[in-house]
Design a protein around this ligand. Structure first.
Ligand SMILES: NC(=O)c1ccc[n+]([C@@H]2O[C@H](COP(=O)([O-])OP(=O)(O)OC[C@H]3O[C@@H](n4cnc5c(N)ncnc54)[C@H](O)[C@@H]3O)[C@@H](O)[C@H]2O)c1
Length: 499
């Protein structure tokens, strides 16, 4: 656990949202101090943080910084003292929020940023009567805060450009996407959109047109999939065909005047309507507990986000940008000691890498070792530029041993030993560790090829030299346990000269 020298965030109000903020900051290496008046808050937050530990670090293909220290404080002043970012997430009541800001501003530094998670209040309302109004901004997140990157930021006239820059960089540092509103409005952008859809959904139930499950199906089998990757306008642009958005507006514009939508009209939430919605929801989802639904939601979100990451698109592009900032294993041999196996991987096991047995599924070991092979090759000079020039290594043979279970969220590290670099052949041995526990090994035979002829050829002298340097250094290391083992059979023991 971290971390002297780490940055500090204070979380005031540790419910669903405050717990999610605490997890996002802590898993990004910040020390987090939490203040909540409810005695049960610590237990609830720890549950949120445990879920986040399994889900969030695996979004990236590099290891996050060491987790920050999380502490609970009965005294609000103690929690906020010296904190760089203070996030207020108490219930949505303006009088309560005002009370909290007075207490925070009495104890925090002038440089601290005070973000409010408010779903609806404007910064001008939040800052009424505050000692330093410009210090308080809206930083509105989405549940689960540790996975959904969007944070809507609403600043006021007193915020100032220097503070705006710090808000932007801090939110990016914790892997979030700050969306700055041009001006303050009630409920910001996203909740206004959601409110419109929510109102229509309530009408559809109230009018007996659809039940809750059918409405959810209309979203998740349909436009919800499009929205997650292109939003509304880019999707409709495509719907307009070659002529794009102009054609779409001409074609579908008149429909806006038809009475499709009930818009601002709200159905009255009578006891009967509440009962209808609640019982339909029980029928739809009641067989699963909320905790189970949260786990399913997190796993689905991780799969979607990692899918978008592979496509370098939308929220996935944000993950890739954060990954570049975090950085990975060293890129040059010169920065490494050759007297031990080379570090070729450090990452958390993504949630979508685990199977129904609750541990990392088989083919993901190959993916992790394959990535480590790529990193090893890049270190010796067979990097993307080298491959673009027409040569590469192809894997000819692989043997993976699964030695211990690894669960989602576990931090794994891989090191690589060069066993043989002879002619066109390369034999490497990876070890995968969780802390000091050896959890798997992977042994691979690779062949150097010409990408034009697709035939094995000798590597050029520079590559041979680098490989020889590593091979010579690694020859002094003891033979790794398990090297040369065949399936179901341990490696042949080398004769001991003492025997
Ligand atoms: N729930 C959501 O989906 C969601 C999404 C985005 C934003 N928000 C906003 O986040 C804020 C918090 O919402 P939530 O859903 O986490 O609520 P919540 O009721 O789950 O949590 C509020 C927490 O604040 C604590 N609290 C109450 N009074 C306090 C005080 N005086 N000092 C310290 N702690 C106190 C409570 O004990 C509780 O743990 C609200 O402003 C809400 O609008 C909620």
């Amino acid at each position: 656990m971290a971390a002297s020298g780490a940055r500090t965030a204070a979380i005031i109000g540790g419910g669903v949202i405050g717990g999610g903020w605490a997890a996002r900051f802590a898993l990004m290496g910040w020390n987090v101090r939490i203040h909540d008046t409810d005695r049960d808050a610590e237990r609830r937050i720890n549950e949120v943080i445990d879920r986040a530990r399994a889900a969030m670090p695996g979004l990236w293909d590099v290891a996050l910084p060491d987790e920050g220290r999380i502490s609970f404080h009965d005294d609000l002043a103690e929690a906020v003292e010296g904190a760089e970012w203070i996030q207020e997430s108490v219930p949505e009541r303006l009088d309560l929020k005002h009370e909290i800001y007075a207490a925070i501003q009495g104890a925090c530094t002038e440089a601290a940023i005070i973000g409010s998670s408010t779903s609806g209040f404007r910064p001008s309302e939040l800052a009424e009567g505050a000692t330093r109004p410009g210090q308080i901004v809206v930083a509105h997140p989405f549940n689960p805060v540790y996975l959904i990157p969007l944070v809507e930021v609403v600043t006021g006239p007193g915020t100032g450009t220097a503070r705006i820059d710090r808000i932007r960089s801090t939110l990016r540092d914790i892997g979030a996407h700050p969306l700055f509103l041009r001006r303050e409005i009630d409920a910001h952008i996203a909740d206004r959109l959601l409110e419109a859809v929510w109102r229509e959904a309530l009408w559809l139930v109230s009018d007996g047109v659809a039940d809750t499950a059918e409405i959810d199906d209309a979203i998740r089998y349909g436009f919800g999939l499009r929205w997650a990757q292109m939003g509304l306008f880019e999707t409709y642009r495509i719907a307009g065909g070659e002529a794009g958005m102009r054609q779409f507006l001409t074609q579908f514009g008149p429909a806006l005047k038809w009475p499709w939508s009930k818009l601002t009209d709200v159905p009255e939430l009578t006891d009967e309507l509440v009962e209808t919605i609640a019982s339909q929801s029980d029928a739809q989802s009641g067989r699963r507990s909320i905790a189970e639904l949260e786990r399913i939601r997190d796993a689905n979100l991780v799969a979607i986000l990692r899918g978008l990451k592979a496509r370098d698109w939308g929220a996935g592009r944000l993950l890739n940008a954060a990954e570049r900032r975090i950085g990975g294993a060293p890129r040059s041999l010169d920065a490494l000691s050759l007297t031990s196996p080379l570090p070729t991987g450090a990452r958390a096991v993504p949630l979508d890498w685990s199977d129904q047995n609750g541990h990392m599924t088989e083919h993901r070991y190959l993916q992790a070792f394959g990535d480590a092979t790529d990193r090893f090759l890049a270190l010796v000079g067979c990097d993307d530029d080298y491959i673009a020039c027409g040569h590469s290594y192809f894997t000819a043979e692989t043997h993976i041993r699964h030695l211990a279970e690894v669960r989602a969220g576990a931090r794994i590290e891989i090191d690589t030993r060069l066993l043989l670099a002879e002619g066109r052949r390369l034999r490497i041995f990876h070890r995968m560790w969780e802390d000091s526990r050896l959890v798997a090994t992977g042994e691979h035979m690779l062949v150097h090829v010409d990408l034009e002829s697709r035939r094995a050829v000798m590597p050029p002298p520079e590559l041979q030299d680098k490989l020889a340097r590593v091979a010579k250094a690694h020859a002094h290391l003891p033979e790794p346990e398990g090297a040369g083992a065949a399936v179901g059979r341990p490696p042949e023991r080398q004769p001991d000269p003492q025997e």
